[in-house]
Design a protein. Structure first.
Length: 207
């Protein structure tokens, strides 16, 4: 069982290895080709990894609410209006979006690509929090958030946006709120994360 880093401690404890979108391919490639794999919880990321690794993993039927909301029709129209723009997509997007993307990668990989690539305009199909850093890295470039299926701000993750500068300050200043975890659960959840770190180090993904 390979599970995504954002899953709960309980799911981690049931997993053999944890992965991020940056190291998932390396994690999967480290396993024997005949090894059967359950991938959780994001079916879109899992389907993309099946494609790039040649595997046939069993996928949990979960998805990211932000990455599922992007509209193929609206993105296509946006590309017509901006023919010079490259589409950058996170692998948690649905397959039709990934099929027309110029680059598919994790948040870190998208940032690196946009910084090093020579194009001047990009349509970005992932959570909008990335746009600030992209603009900071490349102030001379234009970054357009990919449109959702309706007029809501659904490509803003409401859960990520719960983290604010004020809350971070208060957490660091007063060391609250404190989370107490059952020790057996902590140990069980830590083991697959340590396996992830070991495989990532062997793959040269860690400094």
């Amino acid at each position: 069982v390979i599970s995504y880093i954002n899953c709960t401690a309980e799911i981690k404890a049931l997993s053999d290895i944890i992965c991020t979108s940056s190291n998932a391919k390396a994690i999967i490639d480290s396993l024997p080709l005949d090894q059967k794999i359950i991938f959780a919880p994001d079916k879109n990321l899992g389907a993309y990894l099946n494609k790039v690794t040649g595997r046939n993993m069993l996928l949990w039927n979960g998805a990211c609410m932000v990455h599922e909301i992007f509209s193929l029709e609206k993105i296509t129209k946006l590309k017509v209006r901006h023919p010079e723009a490259k589409l950058l997509a996170h692998p948690e997007c649905e397959e039709p979006i990934l099929r027309i993307a110029d680059f598919v990668g994790s948040t870190t990989q998208i940032l690196k690509y946009a910084t090093e690539d020579v194009a001047s305009t990009y349509i970005v199909a992932t959570e909008t929090g990335i746009l600030h850093q992209m603009q900071k890295n490349s102030p001379h470039k234009t970054f357009i958030p990919a449109p959702p299926q309706n007029n809501c701000a659904c490509n803003d993750c409401p859960f990520m946006k719960l983290n604010t500068l004020e809350k971070l300050y208060l957490c660091m200043e007063y060391e609250t709120p404190e989370i107490t975890m059952d020790e057996a659960l902590r140990v069980a959840a830590l083991a697959p994360m340590e396996r992830m770190m070991a495989i990532s180090k062997q793959a040269g993904l860690l400094g």
